[in-house]
Design a protein around this ligand. Structure first.
Ligand SMILES: N[C@@H](CCC(=O)N[C@@H](CS)C(=O)NCC(=O)O)C(=O)O
Length: 280
């Protein structure tokens, strides 16, 4: 698996890089960002995966997430993947920001024509970790995962489905029940087909209902988030976690919206929370 370096820049004594590779899972070129803290010069460091939301590439959080100071201080690598396969020949709905390009929903599509490329679950869980481990000084026995909105959904579902892999999981404004939310249910139907049983495998609250567990979960959610009531609905996660005995810390942040102004405000809190759980 060869990796092409698109850019590197020194930042907070570490290195912010952007890389491209040919993905087998998604059958196209994929781009991702890696921040290596200064501690990586001395040996493998823990790694935190950040999954972005709808319409994003690897770049939104890299430009606006403000994660580097905390990651450098705490000695954690941050990997920021793209949110979908991309390319002129890849099935897409160009005018629909909730489906196709930028909206891979961290699942493996089963329906034609999407199944050929939209395989973000395998990409994030299998292919990218192997590639990152091969090319960067990271310690895969110390992994955490977090994300925003669609990426919060991705982080929580991946942590639930890979017990033991991630020592910590958190989210900013996650889509907690994508199989019923207006902005994700149509995508689930197109990617996974009309049988709603197949959707459960990619729905945090339903996975918890089906017995999947993480020991604990940190969620931050802005009260002025325009997507709160019909898209995000953290109370559904609260209910599922209470019934399952999962220790959920849900911080409702007064007046914050859905944007990177919100995410960047609480980014260092989340990285610190992960760092506590990723200690050697
Ligand atoms: N494009 C949508 C908004 C989509 C949106 O808010 N996306 C979030 C993730 S769900 C995001 O991070 N956008 C990119 C950014 O803010 O840089 C709209 O116009 O309403």
């Amino acid at each position: 698996m060869t990796l092409e370096t698109i850019s590197t820049a020194k930042s907070f004594e570490g290195t912010q890089g952007v890389y491209r590779h040919k993905s087998e899972a998604c059958a196209c070129d994929m781009t991702f960002a890696v921040f290596l803290p200064p501690q990586a010069a001395k040996g493998p460091v823990p790694v935190l995966w950040y999954l972005s939301g709808l319409t994003c590439t690897h770049q939104n959080v890299m430009d606006k997430g403000e994660y580097r100071r905390a990651a450098a201080e705490l000695g954690i690598a941050i990997v920021c993947p793209d949110t979908s396969p991309r390319g002129e020949t890849i099935a897409d709905e160009k005018d629909n920001w909730q489906f196709g390009s930028g909206a891979g929903f961290y699942l493996d599509a089963t329906q034609a024509p999407y199944a050929a490329h939209y395989r973000m679950a395998t990409y994030i869980a299998e292919e990218l970790p192997a590639l990152v481990a091969q090319n960067f000084p990271v310690d895969l026995t110390r992994q955490g995962i977090f994300g925003h909105s669609m990426g919060g959904h991705g982080a929580i579902t991946l942590a639930l489905k890979h017990p033991g892999r991630f020592k910590s999981v958190s989210a900013f404004a996650p889509i907690v029940q994508p199989s019923t939310a207006g902005w994700s249910q149509p995508a689930f139907e197109k990617y996974l087909g009309p049988n709603e049983m197949a959707w459960r495998a990619y729905d945090s609250t339903l996975l918890i209902e089906d017995g999947y567990r993480v020991p604990e979960l940190l969620v931050d959610q802005g009260t002025a988030d325009g997507f709160l009531d019909d898209g995000l609905r953290p109370w559904l996660l609260e209910d599922a976690c209470r019934k399952a005995g999962i220790a959920l810390t849900l911080n409702m942040r007064d007046g914050y919206d859905h944007s990177y102004f919100f995410i960047s405000t609480f980014m260092a809190d989340h990285i610190g929370w992960h760092a506590e759980r990723l200690k050697g």
